[in-house]
Design a protein around this ligand. Structure first.
Ligand code: GTP
Length: 300
C-alpha cells in the first residue's frame, strides 16, 4: 500500500476513530469524520480510496449515506466497509446489498480491520487500473469513445440543469485514406498521434475535454463558452495542426495535413438530446469537409 492512499473513517464514537486511525495510519493516510454530511464534503474535496463507516444502517441517515455514494458516478467506485455494533444477520445482508464491500462487527480486532482494508485497497487499485485501461485509446492515449460518450452525456445533463452553453466538436483529419496509402499505416499512426497531441494541448488549455471518437475523428466538448469563443478555439486548433507542418502530398486541398471541424453549439435548448446532437455534429463535419470550409457550426 502507498502513503498517498486515503482512507476516510466515518465514526460517531471518538474512541473508535482514534483506534482506527492508530490501526491504519502506518499503511495509508487517514481522514476522520463523525457524521455523514461532513464525510460527503470531504469526499467531494479529496480523492478517497476507501471508506470505513460505523453509520448504523437501521437509521435512514446511514442508508442514505451509502445510497448517495453508490448512486453518484464520482463515488460509486469507492469501496465502503461497514463497522457496526449490530451483529444482526439482516443488517449485514442489507449493508452488502446496498453496495458495501465488507461488514465487520464491533468490538473489532484491529488486526482484522488492517488486513481487510489492505485487501480492499489492493482490489481497488486493480479495478482503477482496469477502469483506466477500458477508458483510454491505446494509440493516442486520449480518452476513448466509451469515456467520451459517458462524459458527453454527463455534460449534457449538467449544462441543461445549469442553463449553460455546450459545444460539441467533431474533428476529422482530411484525406487520411490517401495519407495511409502514401506514407503507410505506420506513418498514418505516427501522424494520428501527433495530431492528437497537438489538439489535446489546445483543448485542455481551454478546459475542454477531448477523446478519440473513432478512426481519425476526435470528439471535443467545451461548456460555458460563447459561440465566438468556440470559433476562436477552432482557429487555435487549425493553427496548431498547421504548425506541425506534416507533409501530405496526396491531399487535394493542402500540402500539409489539415482538419475539418463540425460543431453543434447548444444554448439552453437541450431538447435535441445527445444522440441527435452527435448526428448533427456529424452532418456539420461532412458539410465542412465537402465545402472545404475549415469549420461548420450549427447553432441551437
Ligand atoms: N494509420 C491509421 N489509419 C487509420 C486508423 N483508424 C482509421 N484509419 C484510416 O483512416 C481512414 C479514414 O478514412 P475516412 O475518414 O473514411 O476518409 P478520409 O480518407 O479521411 O477521407 P475524408 O473523410 O473524405 O477526408 C481509413 O482509411 C482508415 O483505414 C488508425 O488507427 N491508424
Amino acid at each position: 500500500m502507498q502513503n498517498n492512499t486515503y482512507v476516510l473513517v466515518v465514526d460517531s464514537d471518538p474512541l473508535n476513530r482514534v483506534v482506527l486511525e492508530n490501526t491504519l495510519s502506518e499503511d495509508c493516510r487517514i481522514m476522520l469524520s463523525d457524521n455523514s454530511t461532513s464525510a460527503l464534503q470531504l469526499i467531494a474535496k479529496h480523492n478517497v480510496d476507501l471508506i470505513i463507516t460505523d453509520i448504523t444502517l437501521v437509521d435512514d441517515l446511514g442508508g442514505l449515506f451509502l445510497q448517495r455514494l453508490k448512486e453518484s458516478p464520482d463515488t460509486y467506485m469507492i469501496p465502503v466497509i461497514i463497522i457496526s455494533s449490530s451483529n444482526a444477520y439482516s443488517d449485514e445482508v442489507r449493508g452488502l446489498q446496498m453496495g458495501a464491500v465488507d461488514y465487520i462487527t464491533k468490538p473489532f480486532s484491529p488486526l482484522i480491520v488492517k488486513a481487510r482494508v489492505k485487501m480492499h485497497l489492493a482490489l481497488k487499485q486493480k479495478s482503477d487500473l482496469l477502469e483506466k485501461l477500458a477508458s483510454v485509446d491505446g494509440l493516442t492515449e486520449l480518452p476513448n469513445r466509451r469515456l467520451f460518450d459517458k462524459h458527453f452525456a454527463q455534460q449534457w445533463q449538467l449544462c441543461q440543469s445549469e442553463k449553460s452553453s455546450l459545444a460539441l466538436l467533431l474533428v476529422d483529419i482530411d484525406y487520411f485514406k490517401e495519407y495511409n496509402d502514401e506514407y503507410g499505416y505506420a506513418g498514418g499512426d505516427e501522424c494520428l498521434v501527433k495530431v492528437a497531441q497537438a489538439l489535446k494541448l489546445v483543448v485542455e488549455q481551454q478546459k475542454g475535454f477531448i477523446a478519440r471518437y473513432d478512426g481519425v475523428r476526435f470528439g471535443i466538448t467545451v461548456s460555458g463558452y460563447s459561440a465566438h469563443q468556440v470559433e476562436a478555439l477552432t482557429t487555435a486548433m487549425h493553427d496548431a495542426i498547421d504548425k506541425l507542418l506534416l507533409s501530405h502530398q496526396c491531399s487535394p486541398i493542402c500540402a500539409h495535413v489539415s482538419i475539418s471541424i463540425g460543431i453543434v453549439y447548444t444554448r439552453e435548448s437541450f431538447s435535441l438530446g445527445v444522440t441527435n446532437c452527435l448526428q448533427q455534429a456529424d452532418c456539420a463535419l461532412v458539410a465542412a469537409h465537402t465545402n472545404q470550409e475549415r469549420m461548420v457550426m450549427i447553432n441551437r
